[in-house]
Design a protein around this ligand. Sequence first.
Ligand SMILES: Cc1cc2nc3c(=O)[nH]c(=O)nc-3n(C[C@H](O)[C@H](O)[C@H](O)COP(=O)(O)OP(=O)(O)OC[C@H]3O[C@@H](n4cnc5c(N)ncnc54)[C@H](O)[C@@H]3O)c2cc1C
Length: 384
Amino acid sequence: MSRHALVIGAGLAGAAVCAQLARRGWRITLLEAADGPARGASALPVGMLSPHVTRAPTPLSRLSALGVDTTRGELQRLLPQGQGWQACEVDNLGHDQGRWPAALVRPGALVHAWLDEAGPALQARWRTPVHGLARTGDQAWQALDATGSVLAQAPVLVVAAAFDSLALLTTGEGLLPQAHLPLRPVKGQMSLAALDGEALADRPRRDNGVFVPRYDDSGLPPAWPARIWAMGSTYTRGDASTHLSDEAHAANASSLQALCPPAAERMRQTQARGALLGWAQVRCASLDRLPLVGAAVDTVALNDELARARGRHGRIALEDMPRLPGLHLCTAFGSRGITLAPLCAALLAARLEEDASPLEPDLVRALDPARFAWRQARRQVQVR
Ligand SMILES: Cc1cc2nc3c(=O)[nH]c(=O)nc-3n(C[C@H](O)[C@H](O)[C@H](O)COP(=O)(O)OP(=O)(O)OC[C@H]3O[C@@H](n4cnc5c(N)ncnc54)[C@H](O)[C@@H]3O)c2cc1C
């Protein structure tokens, strides 16, 4: 197979995949609707890299422990502290109480660094929205524009378009039924402001949202001050809008009041003098809150197989679900793209190369995009 991949979406997910494939000698064509990289959820001014701690291990707690190490390694390798990230600790005040090692991260810095590192192996095309997907007779995948013209094609296609992945894969001729791709938008708004002087607390705190008492980043886009404090973010399921609202600022103020009352007072004063800033974007979350990473199900072949399995009272294992050759997903990172995208991109690249998996088999299964179709199939036939 030719080592040429088409990647749709230049956020954390798509850029992490580009970086992994370029390192392995692949050629990549990256198509992005916006006028540059990290313009969607990955434009987040500052987010938290930290483990998801639970009393007993869960797939998410295990993935996030591995993911923290992977992302931290990428940050240390590519970016000086103060130019896109800062190591810190976080005080968890709600569940999982305690102080945990963490880092404050501006995802856009990592996205830019990965794309720069890919060098000439990567051809990035901005302002190039993909409206549809098609497969040619010789098994190449094509990305189509609004008129149906071919934008680019390659034997491997990675859809990393966050919530828009749903429309890309299910509308028109519809490669997948919506039920096999249960994604939903979750709007989040962060409240922030310029920080003149001392940090608003010793270290970040988290319960209902994350309070960042000080973040310095000389690389923050010109729209933002170079030193900020931030509180966020709200969590509105089913909302794909990106406008700022006073209600969301009020919700952040109330969460901040519980975390750090003096900072909440500072937020109210800042808002009263019109200096409170906000940032809102849409996360993409799956039904079980885990990302979708791997090969897409071939629905037509699955239906045929189910009919045969039903006749035989057979079984279908998740690993044996039929796949659309060359079509892969890397999406649904919810609130954890910083923690999970680099790890998941490494998994996807290893699978494309048929290399040893960086994850235990049960974690690969937990991320498998075929799991929803498989759960449905399980209701129809006996599967293991
Ligand atoms: C308010 C808020 C706070 C957050 N806080 C944290 C945090 O503290 N820690 C953490 O780990 N994560 C956090 N996240 C989540 C994190 O930002 C996301 O998980 C991550 O950025 C998702 O990356 P992505 O590449 O999947 O999506 P995106 O960054 O949204 O990228 C998708 C890209 O695909 C492009 N695209 C879409 N459709 C098409 C198309 N048809 N054709 C071409 N291009 C297309 C879009 O333009 C976009 O650039 C937060 C998110 C929000 C909104």
